[in-house]
Design a protein around this ligand. Sequence first.
Ligand SMILES: Cc1cc2nc3c(=O)[nH]c(=O)nc-3n(C[C@H](O)[C@H](O)[C@H](O)COP(=O)(O)OP(=O)(O)OC[C@H]3O[C@@H](n4cnc5c(N)ncnc54)[C@H](O)[C@@H]3O)c2cc1C
Length: 335
Amino acid sequence: MRIRILGAGIVGLTVAFEFARAGCDVELTEKREGPGLGCSYFAGGMLAPWCEAENTERLILDLGCESLKFWTGTFPIAARQGTLVVAPARDKPELALFARRASGGERIDAARIAALEPDLAGRFEEALFFPEEAHLDPRAAMAALAAQLKDNAHVSLYFGEDGRQQGRADWTIDCRGLAAQDTLPDLRGVRGEMLILATGEIALKRPVHLLHPRYPVYVVPRGQKQFMIGATMIENEDAGRITARSLLELLGAAYSLHPAFAEAEVVETGAGIRPAFPDNLPRIRREGRTLYVNGLYRHGFLLAPALARRAVEAALQGAYFPEVMDAHPCERQTA
Ligand SMILES: Cc1cc2nc3c(=O)[nH]c(=O)nc-3n(C[C@H](O)[C@H](O)[C@H](O)COP(=O)(O)OP(=O)(O)OC[C@H]3O[C@@H](n4cnc5c(N)ncnc54)[C@H](O)[C@@H]3O)c2cc1C
């Protein structure tokens, strides 16, 4: 069977991987000059389904746990070191609130924090630890997926081309992220800003969330002394540079996690636009022989493998997944 995929973000890459694994001939076309240069480029790479349960539906936990198996088993590129959630002393009620809403976190004391992350010793009295969670470097993960696809004789990759212009196939899987607004008018963009700092003064083994009533922030270790600091959530589709306010907030939070971040080098700042449906849940929509896999919002890496598997089974076996598919094939709506 011949499958045409539009877009090589994390969704298009995992969809291509799963169709190729199912024995299909795959043609993956990306408008940009290489894979993973859209929204996915800016992601933190946290695979944190239990933490995300703090403010999302049960569906994210279920799909996220399924995807974790992909990133640690099928395509093992994630580090399973857990996630640490801390709060400054004045925001301790935030930690209690988070513990009530999230799923499966262990309350740990200062000694355990110091054992897990020696550089945070003495900085926080208590924390939540989610031992089963994982993280990955999104850019490295996407490069590795693309390299594996390139080596597969049944996969053709095209970069710098508009996938909508390509030839015919048995199925088209549209993974264009926010660009699919032209056919999915209820898709919106949620801006996320981030930065990368480099310092040899701090070592962290795992992502650390710093709770704050106004702007919760996380720090994800990237290796080579680099740390991704993210991320804002702004209802705005402007792909411009990070704003001064966001930069101040992210840097302030990094500094309150550890003052050594004040001396870090700013390696990069950036902003990506997350594709989201009104309820912030992912969807696979069908229109004729096209499946749209979209709306992964702030969970692209966390959910893409689970969505990709469903897209393959929907196309090849006619499977129906009520948790992510509309009851009826979508009618093209006008904006
Ligand atoms: C700051 C930030 C931090 C984040 N952190 C995390 C995190 O820690 N964990 C997590 O799971 N998620 C995270 N996310 C969310 C995640 O990045 C998104 O959910 C994900 O990137 C969406 O992937 P996508 O493939 O749908 O979109 P994209 O990555 O935007 O990919 C769509 C691709 O389609 C291409 N395209 C568009 N039009 C065409 C066309 N006509 N023909 C061919 N190709 C086309 C685009 O160029 C693009 O490459 C974060 C997002 C941001 C912004």
